[in-house]
Design a binder for this molecule. Sequence first.
Ligand code: IPM
Ligand code: MN
Length: 353
Amino acid sequence: MEMNIALLPGDGIGPEVIAQAVKVVKAVAEKFGHTIHFEEAPVGAAAIDLTGNPYPDETHEVCLRADAVLFGAIGDPKYDNDPKAKVRPEQGLLAMRKKLGLFANVRPTFTFPSLVHKSPLKLDRIEGVDLVFFRELTGGIYFGEPRGRNEQGTKAFDTNVYSKEEITRLARMGFEAAQKRRKLLTCVDKANVLATSRLWRETVQELAPEYPDVKVEYEFVDAVAMRLIQWPKAYDVLITENLFGDILTDEASVISGSMGLMPSASLGTDNKLFEPIHGSYPQAAGKDIANPLGTILSAAMMFEYAFDLREEAKTISDIVNRSLAEGIVTEDIAEGGKAYKTSEVGDWLAANI
Ligand code: IPM
Ligand code: MN
């Protein structure tokens, strides 16, 4: 197969972890006889420095031309302590999601047998956890209008807004995923308080008869926040709005024992983007110490979700599991054993594929 992949390394450790994913993708392509073309473009603080815009038009063009986008991270501390900064790197991420129509953010949470002991949760709670969030990504309070301040600047407001259509397309993806998994779908909302949540619940209730093999549960977001940590095995597929999904997926990442390991896919009708769920980790930038596995596992999701190449995806997750078992890992998970450099982990994985 011929594939065009846009590379958006972004900020902080982004370029280092993307470089390792490229090694792995090239090795997989060679093994399975695929031809891959990469095209790189700036995003985030890196793009602000170059063009003044965190998501320049040229970068958007590169993404539109590609079959899939592989993205590192966004964010630079020089903007974090300046709430009045007019242009912020994160705006690049939000603009990218919106302009590429990436309405579904797929964030799996699973455990690695060799790492379960690193989770702060008890072993019997997390061993074998395998759940996936479908977070709505281009609507809700992140984008709703009006937003801002009153004239005196003494009141601020954001608007949470959802259309039936936005809920339906996200929910359908969740139902379809559940059909291929353990056939349990949890709709996470706050329908006891919010009008938007009541529309979510009503819409999902209307869709449910079309998926008779899927059991649907409705649960308030506060209760999910609790049960996700108490008994995560209770969940299979969870669907939820943008803000709830943002918060709950960070919480869920704790289950796996390392945020550096969790991948994600952001899917739209025409475009698909893959990125680790961790941030730009500026303290580690340029030091060759960051954990590249979240990005590498995102590349595995890319093979599966963008090209329907499951065996290629499995080749990557298998080799990642072997590297963990054999201790070919970066310092964040080395635990007194030898800590390998970011680039060494990438080299080892590529060589062993
Ligand atoms: C995420 C991040 C972003 C979000 C930020 C950086 C805008 O936290 O991808 O989860 O809130 O969506
Ligand atoms: Mn987040």
